[in-house]
Design a protein around this ligand. Structure first.
Ligand code: ADP
Ligand code: MG
Length: 393
């Protein structure tokens, strides 16, 4: 890979030393294919790792210092291994620092210092999980170089904990889990509560996943997200009249829910709950249709998911809806939906490879005309989770 050779040269220019001492690792970004706002309701999600992500070049040092650089940000940092604390001014370097802090917290003290050069291909802050990618690649590389086990489930849990507790972002486990455990041509059916998971073959054949970034700034996400969560809790409380032990909506079948929906007093809360239950059902239906590799049926389920997020859960907005509508009007598109928490961020569409060019130009111009925003598109395949890359690999 020409890029790896170039990155190694950059590494030596910045940190000095010898190219032969550099190891290289890569972690992908991720996209959730279906199962939105199900994770905190005891349902499953269905993310997949992407073929692009974050590359880390790393080499040990003689002293007990950590040197951080990134091709994506001008800030570079050198800090002592013996004094790891969150600091606002360290900006992006808090993500890898958080991993060193987490390892220490788990009883793994690094035996020496390291230099790190990151190179990210994932747009930051658009919901493709560049933060999980940088965390997971750092954790995997440090464990490998320290001769410790690289259990990718553990790495996901530790990385999420570092983002929650060190960086201070209250994210769920899906992102780190997908980035750590993804596999080429598979998506991951994951129960975020129990971490039970299954790699499900997703052979896209002549179809590509096209991710469209709305480039809409996501303003009120946190407060709206918390509001949705408490509405789900309210629905559970109301439904306890029929199911006294109920703690999460996902514990009910579609039929149980339908027979008791009337117990939910508030009309808005009822719509929120109906989205959750039906979305969980769509995830199960997805497993059925994917057994037969029926991508057209899966595309319909993706459409159903978006429509429900728009009409019942109300987390889409004009940008996501415009992009999805434009996508569905292009021939060769099997399905299109928002992905992530909503209110901006990205859409994901299943597009025949012969239509990809037309898709990008038509959806791009319609979207820009309607919103005044310039979108970005990424044509993706499903790739592997975190790994070491050697030589020309
Ligand atoms: P998302 O995870 O959706 O991309 P976040 O806001 O959670 O967005 O994480 C983005 C942040 O992660 C960046 O602003 C930066 O601090 C850090 N980050 C991600 N990738 C890199 C990279 N390649 N180099 C340096 N920092 C990175
Ligand atoms: Mg993130």
């Amino acid at each position: 890979m020409a890029q790896l050779t170039e990155l190694k040269q950059k590494f030596v220019q910045h940190f000095g030393g010898n190219e032969a001492d550099i190891s290289a690792f890569q972690a992908p970004g991720r996209v959730n294919l279906i199962g939105e706002h199900t994770d905190y309701n005891g349902g499953s999600v269905f993310p997949a790792a992407l073929t692009f992500g974050t590359t880390l070049l790393i080499a040990p040092r003689e002293d007990r210092k950590l040197g951080f650089a990134s091709t994506n940000f001008p800030l570079t940092k050198e800090i002592s291994l013996d004094n790891i604390a969150f600091s606002e001014e360290d900006d992006w370097a808090n993500y890898p620092k958080g991993i060193v802090w987490e390892l220490k917290h788990r009883g793994i003290d690094l035996s020496r210092g390291y230099n790190f050069l990151f190179h990210g291909e994932i747009p930051n802050g658009s919901g493709l999980s560049s933060s999980a990618s940088i965390e997971v690649v750092t954790a995997y590389a440090l464990l490998a170089l320290e001769g410790k086990p690289t259990d990718t489930v553990e790495i996901a849990v530790w990385s999420q904990h570092a983002e929650n507790e060190f960086v201070g972002v209250k994210c769920g486990i899906m992102d780190q889990f997908a980035v750590a455990n993804g596999r080429k041509e598979h998506a991951i059916l994951l129960d975020c509560d129990t971490l039970k998971y299954e790699l499900v073959p997703f052979r896209s054949g002549d179809y590509k996943l096209v991710i469209g970034n709305t480039n809409k700034r996501r303003g009120l996400v946190d407060s709206k997200y918390n509001e949705r969560r408490s509405q789900c809790e309210q629905a559970v409380k109301d439904l306890r009249q029929a199911f006294p032990e109920l703690t999460l909506l996902g514990q009910l079948t579609l039929e149980q829910y339908q027979a008791n929906e009337h117990l939910i007093q508030d009309e808005t809360v009822r719509r929120r709950a109906r989205h959750v239950i039906e979305e969980i059902h769509r995830v199960s239906s997805s497993m059925e249709v994917l057994k037969n590799n029926d991508l057209a049926a899966f595309g319909q389920l993706m459409n159903g998911s978006h429509d429900s997020l728009r009409d019942l859960y109300e987390v889409t907005g004009i940008e996501l809806d415009t992009m999805v509508d434009a996508a569905r009007s292009v021939p060769g598109v099997l399905g299109s939906r928002m992905t992530g928490a909503g209110f901006g961020g990205c859409t994901v569409s299943l597009v025949h490879q012969d239509s990809v060019e037309r898709f990008i130009s038509e959806v791009g111009s319609k979207y820009e005309a309607a919103t005044g925003l310039k979108p970005a598109f990424y044509v993706c395949d499903i790739g592997d989770g975190v790994r070491e890359i050697k030589g020309e690999a």
